[in-house]
Design a protein around this ligand. Structure first.
Ligand code: MSP
Length: 630
């Protein structure tokens, strides 16, 4: 018999250690963990790698700012990443740090090979550099404001003698690879972005720096340190033994999936494969670039104070709930918004109601009417048969969707099974069957619902490992979830002891502010009354905090023919002052001036507010300051 060897090598980006991990870095790591757990369940030999990116100017700066030497700074931060991953139940098989001596040796070996293959040359780099992104940009890419096209921050002009990688040489080889392997970059719209860059032709890439030392020294020319991105990308092979442990390396390489965020796609889908072709290694099967999370509508950033520590959610709601929420509510692949309010809604409706409650009702009846022993299913009618088929169809669809990384859609299939099961249970009315002492039909309903719930627990197990294990234990499995439990209907063994137990998920309340009252018919106003309010567009010229107030910002705005106005607004909790400058907002210009914290306000700006967030109203497109609004 032929033994088929199934392996799956999955990686996350290695995270910069300039600051603590946040919901964004946790997002990628949790998704990678979900895929890794799923593949293990499906029988693959999985290697799941994550780690930390510790060299380069940005980390050096962060260490200096913290008054620490870079190595001990990195040690401390890498430790915090590891600790968080443990808390989130991450099952990584490797954790690579780019300051590991073994990794650094491999980087030098790799770069030497590129050199031997004639792919490196010395030249002068003159151009722009973004330290936060550790990226080079050329004049055509950056526009007149000279801001980083990726993160929008200020760029530095650098002139240095560097080594260059002949990236341009690989344009055609990459185009060909993209053509022959449409699965190489996913989702499709991300592949198209990369194709556009390739079709425009590639420029050679500077791959060393000379103005600081925090990096891997260039072999035979230690005045140069290797560019942090070249150093970092090599982690994907150094961590699995390249080039010294050939057995391990050959077992896992090429990677099956590099999971990354969309902003670093260019490095993974263009630079990295070119480097691999240069040294003669096979290319990874797929780079999947997922979307970006905002928190309550805002970009995650340390300076905005919304770089939330995921531990907060684990402690408040449980790890399973956080993991489920991220997969369910953020359509995997697209950008999405993380909000605690939505998390609570999902917990209460999908998990506590649809899942936990059905489990509770089923197990309670088994406890009461069958002394906690699972009965043999007896009479089957058409509804029972249809129910089984519907569930099994969803199981198959789930497997297919998981295989193609349509993860959010896969979760929807699990929720569909729960919906079908609740419907089945309510339609069959087992409480009436119990009253009528119709035990042959009651046994069938309870058995079938239990079987469906067991399948749900198995399908959920990569996403919510703790609650799945609990459900499986309650229906008599003290070993883990596996593919066999999904393959066919009727896996549960009659006569097994079931455990009723506590509610699986506890409902939570999310404190919301009280709602503005709905307009009533007798509250309506005349048009003339509305017209009394004079609204104009205004361009924000400057913004600063009002001293001693954590709520107020003072804005100077240009209102066209009405000149400049000073507006004081209670928006400091929602906006960094600089982020408002240049925006065209809407102000009421005929309000009597008022003093707030001793500062005069000559008008009022308009803003929308919900229970968690506030957004200033702006106009759709360009319009002159002072334009009237009606
Ligand atoms: N060190 C590089 C990666 C080198 S890989 C060879 C790096 N590090 S990073 O710390 O900035 O991490 C970036 C990654 O973290 C993103 O690609 C994404 O996977 C994850 N995320 C960080 N913020 C995120 C969001 N706001 N939303 C979703 N994912 C985000 O780039």
């Amino acid at each position: 018999m032929e033994v088929i060897f199934l392996k799956f090598y999955i990686t996350t980006p290695i995270y910069y250690v300039n600051s603590d991990p946040h919901v964004g870095s946790a997002y990628t790591t949790i998704i990678a963990d979900i895929i890794a757990r799923y593949k293990r369940m499906m029988g693959y030999d999985v290697f799941f790698l994550t780690g930390t990116d510790e060299h380069g100017q940005k980390i050096l700066q962060a260490a200096t700012n913290a008054g620490k030497d870079p190595q001990s700074f990195c040690d401390e931060l890498a430790g915090r990443f590891k600790k968080l991953w443990k808390k989130l139940g991450i099952t990584n098989d490797g954790f690579i740090r780019t300051t590991d001596q073994d990794h650094m040796k491999v980087v030098q070996y790799f770069v030497k090979k590129m050199m031997e293959n004639g792919d490196l040359y010395k030249g002068e780099y003159k151009g722009w550099y973004c330290v936060p992104c550790e990226s080079y940009w050329n004049e055509e890419e950056i526009g007149a404001e000279r801001l980083c096209p990726s993160c929008g921050r200020e760029l530095k002009y650098i002139t240095e003698e560097n080594y260059f990688f002949r990236l341009s040489k690989y344009t055609d080889a990459l185009l060909e690879h993209y053509r022959n392997h449409p699965e190489f970059v996913q989702p499709d719209f991300r592949r198209n972005e990369m194709l556009k860059i390739l079709e425009g032709g590639l420029k050679d890439l500077s791959i060393t720096r000379t103005t600081f030392k925090w990096g891997v020294p260039m072999p035979d020319d230690p005045e140069h340190v290797i560019y942090v991105w070249v150093d970092a990308l090599i982690n994907y092979i150094s961590a699995i033994g390249y080039p010294f442990d050939t057995e391990k390396f050959n077992r896992y390489w090429p990677a099956d999936l590099h999971l990354i965020g969309k902003e670093i796609n260019r490095f993974h889908s263009i630079v990295w494969p070119a480097m691999l072709i240069s040294v003669g290694l096979p290319l990874p099967k797929t780079v999947f670039a997922h979307g970006w999370l905002t928190v309550d509508g805002q970009k995650i950033s340390k300076s905005l104070g919304n770089a939330i520590d995921p531990s907060y959610f684990v402690e408040k709601y449980g790890n399973d709930v956080l993991r489920f929420y991220l997969l369910r509510d953020i359509n995997f692949g697209k950008d999405g918004d993380f909000s605690e309010k939505n998390l609570v809604n999902r917990l209460n409706s999908d998990l506590a109601n649809d899942y936990g409650n059905l489990l509770h009702r089923t197990l309670a009846m088994l406890e009461k009417h069958y002394s906690s022993v699972l009965p043999e299913p007896k009479e089957h009618d058409e509804i029972d048969e249809r129910f089984k088929e519907d569930v099994m169809q969803r199981v198959k669809e789930y497997e297919k969707l998981m295989e193609e990384y349509s993860l959010t859609q896969a979760v929807e299939k699990i929720l569909e099974i729960l919906m079908l099961s609740n419907k089945y249970f309510d339609e069959k009315r087992p409480w009436i069957l119990a009253k009528q002492k119709d035990f042959s039909r009651l046994s069938t309903v309870l058995y079938n619902t239990c079987e469906a719930l067991m399948k749900v627990a198995v399908m959920f197990s990569p996403i919510m490992p703790d609650s799945s294990r609990e459900v499986l234990l309650r229906v008599g499995f003290d070993w883990g979830p596996s593919k066999e439990l999904l393959d066919r209907w009727g896996i549960l063994k009659p006569s097994v002891r079931i455990v009723h137990g506590k509610p699986l998920f506890e409902k939570k309340e999310f404190a919301t502010e009280k709602k503005e009252s709905e307009p009533r018919m007798d509250d309506l106003i005349e048009l003339d009354e509305f017209k009394k309010v004079k609204l104009r567009t205004a361009k924000v010229l400057s913004a600063e905090r009002v001293p001693k107030s954590d709520k107020l910002l003072k804005l100077i705005v240009d209102v066209g023919d009405l000149g400049q106005r000073q507006i004081v607004a209670g928006i400091a909790k929602y906006y960094e002052p600089e982020s408002l400058v240049g925006k065209t907002i809407i102000v009421v210009v005929n309000l009597k001036p008022a003093k707030l914290m001793g500062v005069e306000s000559q008008g009022m700006l308009l803003a929308a507010k919900d229970s968690t967030n506030l957004r200033v109203l702006t106009v759709d497109g360009d319009i002159a300051p002072g334009a009237t609004i009606s």
